[in-house]
Every structure is written in structure tokens, then in C-alpha cells.
Design a binder for this molecule. Sequence first.
Ligand code: C2G
Length: 446
Amino acid sequence: MKKVITYGTYDLLHQGHINLLRRAKELGDYLIVGVTSDSFDRGRGKLNVRNNVLERVEAVKATGYADEVIIEDYVGQKIDDVQKYGIDIFAIGSDWVGKFDYLNEFCQVIYLPRTEGISSTMLRTKSTVNVRIGIIGCGRMAQRFPSEGKVVSGVSTSACYDVDAEALSIYAEAHGVKACNTIDELYNEVDAVYVASPHLQHYDNIKSALFAKKHVLCETPMVLNGTQANELYHLAEEQGRILMEANKTAHCPAFNHLMVMIKSGVIGEVVDIEASLSQLLDKNGREFDAAQAGGALNEQGSYPLLPIFKLMGLNYENLSIYSRMKNGVDIYTKGVMRYPRAVCSFKVGLGVKTEGNLVISGTKGYAYVPAPWWKTDYFELRYEDQNRNQKFFYKWDGYGLRYEIQEFISCIVNHRFSTARLRRRESIQMAAVMQQFAERKNFIEI
Ligand code: C2G
């Protein structure tokens, strides 16, 4: 029996894919089709895939040409598969000519003619409603947005607004976007907004944007109060608009894969999580200003809370907060959270430096993610028997903002009000933690 294998994403499956699969099948008796996983595609820079892996697998199956469908999840897997499945022929479209010659060592490599005039990219472009985004708040955070938005299809950064006229015109000129002198002028220009104003402005900005029927992507921390966060998510749904907190860790491919692996039990039951993050900043910045809700917990807290909430849930029994304060802001905070059968802790610092790693301890082993774990491209699973240790490598492109922009657009296009990467209830609970701190509940100054 002659076995053939081919690979692809097969997004928005079209005639080009069908022709390719038919030709591949005709080369032998048994066709295996490798469909790329979502994280593998993100890792190789394909950020605009519309269908998720299950939809793409179903579409390939429906062609009737595949005798078997497998998932392609890592670089180098093709060599493993060819050997594992005893493959005679590796077939792929002619757009890849020469790229897979290295497989000749293991099987015959055939480049099949590509169907001209059709591609997933063309279909995506045709079907995309271009989402015009307006920037609210032209400070430091907003500088990265336009270049990151450029690599995501279906998005254009088209206008900006800032209360400070000088910051507005500098930003507009630097990024070639329209400067709007009032927020209503901005709303007339765009479909969605990216809120990168100071923390305390977020609530009003989000509310006014939602009332103007604009989708909102808001920098983290979205708000510093759980009740407000809840209210805003309700309002977004009432208005039929997407509200998403821009927490880059939540969209980091390696982080997401780690979460899924741990949930599937690779280190047993999780008993302890320690997550730390610190950044020594200029003491004159807004981060050290109590009147602008500065401080380490507000600034950095949503990152270490994320793995804790993702893995342990939101029903902790107790949270104790220990802070070193200076001029009304915490320059260092340690939080200890007690769960029914686990204990978690986090450390954040603006004026105290600490090792910024993430350690998740389980009954069978532990996960170790070195700094910068919040935008990691690497982690390890470690066991008593060191031979079982595993290292995982991923790709993290640019500032990472592209991943959250892509998910934001996907939520808009697919009318999804909540994303699995950062659930609304998780975002609300993060705000509730900031609120507990502001109210000095269960708080000890050190
Ligand atoms: N294809 C084709 N004609 C088109 C478009 C695509 O013959 N008009 C072929 C491609 O050459 C490839 C297959 O259909 O063999 C799947 O294409 P994609 O979904 O674009 O996947 P691709 O990014 O090419 O992934 O590990 C993944 C593989 O390297 C290929």
C-alpha cells in the first residue's frame, strides 16, 4: 500500500485545497492529511486564520479524500510523521518548491501544481469588514498599536484622540492617523477604539465609547473596581459591542499552551502557584503617583493573577495583601491566596526587584517559566525523574499586541462577547482584587 501525506492549514477551505487533496490522494492508496493546530499557526506567523482547528479538520474530512487526519503541532513533526506512519510520498503545493527537499532523505517529495487565482488570504480579504480603530490616549502604551495592527488583516488604525493637544498632534503625525479634537469626532471616524488613557479615565472612556456603539479594547488594568467592570461588560452586551481587556499574557501562545497542558494533568493536581513580576521605573512617572492610581498592584497585578485564576478558578477563600508603601502607592506587594486545596502567591514591584518567574507545583511535577514569563516563548516541565523533563519553545512576535488585536477582531467578526483567553469573569475578579487593595481589606503594611 502506497501511503501519501500532506499538510496545511485549510482555512476557509476552497477549490485550491480540494484540488490539492485530490491530486495527493491520486498519488497513492492511503492519504494522511496533517492539519495545523491553532498555536502552531500562530507560532509560524499565521495570525489571521479564521476557522479553528476543529472546523478546519471537519472541512478536510468533508472533502472525502483524507483517509486519516492528524494535527501538526510542532516544527520538525513532518520528519517524525513520515517515519511513524511509514510514508512513501510527501506531497505539497508548488508554492513550497524546494522548502521540503530535506524530507527526500526519508521518502519521495512531490510538489503538486497549485491552483491559481484562489487562496485563503483572498477569501479573508473579501469577507473582511475593515475594522477602523481609533486610539484614545496617545501616550506611551499607544505607540506600539499602529505597527502591531498592521500585521493583522482587517484592521486599520485610522484616528486618534487625546485631551492633551500636543500629545495628539505628535502622535497623529508620527503614525499618519487623523487627529480628532473631540471624542465625538473620533467616534464618527471609527468602528472600535483602543483605550490607552491613564487608568482612572478608562471607566468613562469605555462607557462613552459603548454608548456610541463602538467596540472597545482597553489596556490593562481595565478598571480598578469589580462592580464597575461587571457593569461595563453588561453594558457592552446590551449595546451589542465587544469589550475586551488588553492583557498580553492572556494571548501569548506559549502561555496558553502551558495552561492547557497543566489542565490536562501533566504535573498532576496543582497545589501551589507562585507568580512574580517587577520593573524598576522612573520615580517621577505616573506609576508612583497615588492621585493617578499608581502602584505595583494596579500596574502589574493583572499579569500574575492570570495563571492563578486560569488554573485555580475564582473561588479563593481568602486573599491577604502585604505591601511596602511609599507616598501613598505600593512599591512592592505580595498577595497570598488560599484555595480549598491549594495556596497561590504573587509578587509585584515597582521599587523592589525580584526574580520574575512563574512556578506551578503539582503532585506529579512542576512547570517552570523563567522571566519574562508574562510574554514567554519558553517553559519547562520538570519531574523527579529528570529523564522525563521537557522543554517547550514558541515564537513571540513583535510586542505581542498583535495577538490580542487579532482576537479582538475575531470576537467582533464572530460576535463573541467573551474570549476563552481572558474570560469576562476573570477580568472582573482582577478588578475586584484591585478594589480590595484600595479598600485596604485584609491588608498589612510591611
Ligand atoms: N494550495 C493550492 N492551491 C491554492 C492554495 C493552496 O494547491 N490556491 C495548497 C498549498 O500549496 C498546500 C495546501 O493547499 O499544499 C494547504 O495550503 P494552506 O492551507 O495555505 O497551508 P500552508 O500554509 O501551505 O501549510 O505545515 C503546513 C504546511 O507547511 C503547509
